[in-house]
Design a protein around this ligand. Structure first.
Ligand code: AMP
Ligand code: MN
Ligand code: MN
Ligand code: MN
Length: 301
């Protein structure tokens, strides 16, 4: 691998709230010239088999998931977080059970949000919303239904206090594992963890350096510094924090398909960071396409 190769470590498919099928994410990744793409659907690994089955020559698929969790920052404040988990053993029972519980909780919570909307007379029903989710349901599926019903002008507009933004009128919370516990589960399943978009404040409350330091002591390996929702100032702060704490710096598009502006490869991770990350994991291996088989770069006919 040369240093110019593109590595994108955070993408979504229809297995969660992305708009492209896993196979399509792979073909788009190849078309974008990526060398490595991680599929990190919310709380599930269910898209990986389809993605792996169509891997072309020269593209590596890094198995992963984006795990919903949270952390108590003081007596009264719980902050929701996303942990990118890579290369864990998806069959390890303790972590698999937590992902299953998270998925079940997502259904209950989406139903509650739809009930709140209906109670206020908004023309949104569970059938419309659930029909949009091919896999793990999330707020973007509700946001799409709100756009379709003409209640908001855009997906963005649905993520505001008037609708389903954090703590918003029709928002509902759910049980999330403690981040320290999530870090332990990932590690015990042989994986490595990177804190997703740590300073993306437009998505809701964020944590500060002291809490990130506590997570580093509990096994966090990296920080997703280069993310579309981070401003240059936030990236600089996070880069310094990563250096102070000895954490790996990653960058990724958080690709969701055409519902978000960023294309695959919009942000990338260095080869050194990628190698450091995978060196710390033993629950699974990166998956390669057919071309990696013959040495010397030859391609099967
Ligand atoms: P959920 O996991 O159900 O809480 O939904 C969170 C998802 O909604 C994130 O993974 C993003 O894909 C999306 N999202 C969060 N905030 C925004 C926003 N401000 N605008 C558009 N999409 C968002
Ligand atoms: Mn998402
Ligand atoms: Mn996220
Ligand atoms: Mn994401």
């Amino acid at each position: 691998m040369t240093t110019t190769e593109l590595i994108d470590l955070h993408t979504h498919s229809t297995a969660s709230d992305g708009l492209c099928r896993p196979a399509e994410v792979v073909s788009l990744a190849a078309a974008a010239g990526l060398a490595v793409v991680a599929l990190t659907d919310h709380d599930t690994t269910s898209g990986l088999a389809e993605a792996a089955a169509v891997l072309p020559a020269g593209l590596t698929l890094l198995p992963g998931a984006e795990i919903s969790c949270g952390i108590r920052v003081d007596q009264h404040r719980w902050v929701s977080l996303h942990l990118l988990a890579y290369l864990f053993d998806a069959t390890e029972p303790a972590f698999a059970a937590v992902r299953a519980r998270l998925r079940a909780g997502r259904v209950t919570r989406a139903r509650r949000m739809v009930e709140k909307l209906a109670a206020d007379g908004h023309p949104v029903c569970w059938e419309q919303v659930s029909a949009r989710a091919d896999g793990v349901i999330g707020r973007p599926h509700i946001a799409e239904a709100l756009v379709d019903a003409g209640l908001v002008g855009s997906i963005e507009a649905a993520f505001t206090p008037a609708w389903i933004g954090p703590g918003g009128r029709y928002w509902a919370g759910r049980d999330e594992p403690d981040a320290i516990e999530a870090l332990r589960l990932v590690r015990d399943a042989g994986g490595v963890s990177v804190l997703a978009h740590p300073y993306a404040s437009r998505r809701g409350a964020t944590i500060g350096p002291a809490v990130i330091a506590a997570m580093a002591r509990a096994g966090l390996r990296g920080l997703e510094v280069d993310h579309p929702d981070h401003q240059p100032r936030e990236r600089n702060q996070l880069r310094r924090l990563a250096a102070d704490l000895g954490l790996i710096v990653t960058g990724a598009s958080d690709f969701h398909g055409p519902s978000k502006p960023q294309p695959l490869g919009a942000e990338t991770t260095s080869e050194q960071a990628y190698e450091a990350l995978i060196a710390g994991a033993h629950g699974a291996r990166p998956l390669t396409g057919p071309a990696s088989a013959p040495p010397g770069g030859g391609q099967a006919p």
